[in-house]
Design a protein around this ligand. Structure first.
Ligand code: NAD
Length: 362
């Protein structure tokens, strides 16, 4: 029973609603650090998730973001077959103005105090350099540079997983996973987007690219012979596949209405503005959606390799499993006539509950 009676849910009510295990609020007046670490589930292993630094307009917004993202990490690790739980951290503040060595190291000490229950990595607003600062205080950090024993940039693995997710969907829709002659819109040509464009162009895919950074957009278009398009053309273009590789929530009431794509498969986290509503809308419209956390897990696999000590070959093998995992999700979605995001959630939840049972059986 809740003891909180204000008009908005208390923090503990929010944790109960989303099934979170623990949330740690970090405050260090000396460095200006204000951060929140959310641990969603540790059934499968320590909670691993990136640290995002963002100029949140309020603490409530930061808490909402960290709760949503940490829960997503639980599902991503579970469906990928990794022995990791789900967690995430957010640091409140503008990374360009507030980030210092002392702030990152102070944050590292909060992670250290969790004794391995939470392991972090880089995310929006943080870099491998920041992970090095955290590493000065605690071993519970991944994504440090290769030069100091890390696995390096995870984006090529993320892009490879997305590419294989696209192939698995193309197989379902077109009966063959040959990509030549298909057309793909890649929204966001950053770290992952660029690697994805390269893989697609190697298979003679017709690639349209979009980016708010005009200079980068033109550079990528020239380098890979892709076609730049304006942002407002993305959802009306008659391409086969939409690969969101920039922000989340781009699949929503408004965009679904005008979409002519057969497939949505990209790297951005939380692509569906509302999981409950928009997965079903896509199913009804006959658009095949590859669940984001399933096909963008290559980067997480790369972080996992750093923890377990296996090399790039094994990382690539595990990333290649994304093709079969996507086929399995599509199969379950068809069998049960449920959206693919619900099918993916069932598979992830089943693995967690199966492992929970064996852990409590002796
Ligand atoms: P990035 O910051 O390197 O690139 C993002 C690109 O998107 C930038 O070029 C930016 O200018 C562009 N962009 C931003 N808003 C846009 C908009 N409205 N329209 C078009 N372009 C826009 O990021 P990244 O590492 O390539 O990651 C891309 C997405 O994939 C992010 O959502 C990230 O959370 C997710 N992701 C990344 C990884 C990874 O390994 N890097 C792993 C899993 C998920």
């Amino acid at each position: 029973m809740s003891v909180h009676n204000a008009n908005f849910p208390s923090v503990l009510d929010q944790l109960a609603a989303s099934g979170h295990k623990k949330v740690v609020f970090c405050n260090d007046p000396d460095t200006g650090l204000k951060a929140i670490i959310a641990i969603h589930d540790t059934t499968l292993g320590p909670a691993l998730g990136g640290t995002r630094m963002w100029n949140y307009v309020s603490e409530a917004e930061a808490l909402e973001d960290v709760l949503r993202l940490s829960k997503g990490m639980t599902y991503k690790s579970a469906i990928t077959g990794l022995n990791l739980g789900g967690g995430k951290a957010v640091i409140i503040g503008d990374p360009r103005k507030m980030k210092t060595e002392a702030l990152m190291r102070s944050f590292g000490r909060f992670i250290k105090n969790l004794n391995g229950e939470f392991i972090t990595a880089e995310d929006m607003g943080t870099t491998t350099r920041d992970m090095e600062f955290i590493r000065m205080e605690t071993e519970f950090v991944t994504g440090v540079p290769e030069s100091i024993g890390g696995a390096g940039n995870p984006a090529p693995f993320t892009a490879k997983g997305v590419f294989l997710g696209i192939k698995a969907c193309v197989k379902e829709v077109f009966g063959t996973d040959m990509l030549a002659g298909k057309s793909v819109v890649v929204q966001g040509t950053g770290n992952v987007g660029e690697n994805l464009v390269e893989l697609l162009r190697q298979e003679n895919v017709e690639v349209y690219v979009s980016d708010i950074n005009e200079e980068r957009l033109q550079m990528i278009a020239r380098k890979y012979k892709a076609k730049p398009i304006e942002a407002d053309k993305i959802f009306t273009i008659g391409a086969d596949i939409y690969a969101p590789c920039a922000l989340g929530a781009t699949v929503n009431d408004k965009t679904i209405k005008s979409m002519k794509f057969a497939i949505i498969a990209g790297s951005a986290n939380n692509q569906l503005a509302d999981e409950q509503v928009h997965g079903q809308m896509l199913l009804d419209k006959g658009i095949l959606y590859a669940p984001d956390y399933l096909i963008n897990a290559g980067g997480l696999i790369s972080c996992y390799s750093e923890l377990t000590g296996f090399g790039k070959k094994r990382t690539m093998q595990l990333t290649e499993n994304i093709y079969d995992a996507t086929r399995e999700v599509i199969k379950l979605s068809k069998q049960e006539n449920i959206p693919t995001n619900s099918a993916a959630a069932h598979i992830a939840e089943k693995r967690i509950s199966d492992i929970k049972k064996i852990k409590s059986s002796y």
